[in-house]
Ligand binder design. Structure first.
Ligand code: P6P
Length: 337
């Protein structure tokens, strides 16, 4: 990428795409701009986590039954506070909140719904491993004069207007799509701007890496175990063994898969507490990552169905997830048939 291109800020990039998309309105650009501001505030605290009293747990348990990390709660508060004031939203839904988060009457309402995981992988934060904010943007279905209902939020992933994540690691990166390709920006902390670092990212059709928590092997069904095992031998799209990589933070494992190809898997398992439908949440994890994967030429499945066609039955519906290089995911789906 030329030095000139690298100076493109995310705001310029959004406006450029807004011009090219007849349906886009300034409202969508404003939404992303406010979300980016929230991400910068989160990044500031995440990168100083060891110095501020933000490590460890709050002692609370969230709707997922997980220990709430102090930074989870902080990130959740920052996004809700900032996005309520964006003027673009009629509602929000967070991995940390049991129910839909309404926009108070005193704020301007818009037509969009923001669904997010404020700090995914936060159990890793105390050991300084990459974590991330994952977001998904829908447009309401019900008329603006009515209250937002569950049906406005429980939409299949192909209805998303946009999706993306911010990864807090050696650098803070924003990766997003509005249906016109996948683009990555790196935060330059000296100027506080996200600058374009990769345009129109494409996942290689076949990868060299498989990514799964092998510690669950005794809790998988026979076909899942066979599919995972296939990446250790020659009966796979590469015709030779893949490398195993697993960070345990979806944003980090997905970002590597997006850049290098390969497959990330979180199959259903019979571990206690079991994940009969997988561990990952459809609305705030699988769907946004699936939109990114497909926009980059990859595939995202629950093992049988296209993730983007699954209609969630609750805000916190979980699904198995197989995502990444087209040939690698289709190879697994063939075994799981
Ligand atoms: P396990 C983090 O808690 C998370 O939700 C994802 O970020 C990650 O991919 C997965 O769970 C890791 O789960 O069971 O392997 O620790």
């Amino acid at each position: 990428m030329s030095q000139q291109q690298r100076q493109i800020t995310v705001t310029e990039h959004l406006l450029l795409h807004q011009k090219q998309s007849p349906t886009a309105t300034g409202m969508f650009t404003q939404l992303l701009y406010d979300l980016i501001l929230a991400a910068k505030l989160i990044s500031r605290n995440v990168t100083k986590a060891g110095l501020l009293d933000v490590l460890g747990e709050t002692g609370e348990i969230n709707v997922q039954g997980e220990d709430v990390q102090k930074l989870d709660a902080y990130a959740n508060r920052i996004i809700i506070h900032r996005m309520q004031r964006s003027g673009a939203l009629c509602a929000m839904a967070s991995e940390e909140n049991a129910d839909i988060i309404p926009i108070p009457e005193r704020f301007t309402h818009g037509d969009y719904i923001l669904i997010f995981d404020p700090l995914d992988g936060s159990s890793n934060i105390d050991v300084n491993i990459n974590v991330g904010t994952i977001f998904s943007i829908l447009r309401r279905i019900s008329p603006p004069e009515q209250d937002v209902t569950q049906s406005d939020v429980l939409q299949p992933g192909y209805k998303q207007m946009g999706a993306g994540y911010v990864m807090y690691g050696p650098s803070t990166m924003l990766v997003y799509t509005t249906g016109q390709g996948v683009h990555a920006f790196t935060l330059d902390p000296s100027v506080g701007e996200f600058l374009l670092s990769q345009n129109n990212m494409q996942i290689p059709e076949t990868g060299r890496t498989y990514s799964v928590n092998e510690g669950n092997v005794t809790f998988w069904d026979e076909k899942t175990a066979k599919a995972v095992q296939s990446f250790k031998g020659t009966d796979n799209p590469r015709g030779k063994p893949y490398t195993h990589r697993y960070v345990g933070s979806l944003v980090a494992d997905f970002h590597r898969t997006l850049l290098k190809g390969g497959i990330f898997m979180y199959p259903m398992d019979y571990k206690i507490p079991d994940h009969p439908r997988g561990k990952l949440r459809l609305l705030c994890e699988a769907s946004p990552m699936a939109m990114l994967a497909e926009q980059a030429g990859g595939v995202a499945s629950d093992g049988h169905r296209r993730i983007l066609e699954i209609v969630p039955d609750t805000l916190h519906t979980r699904v198995p997830l197989f995502i990444g290089s087209k040939n690698d995911v289709e190879h697994v789906m063939e075994i799981l048939k």
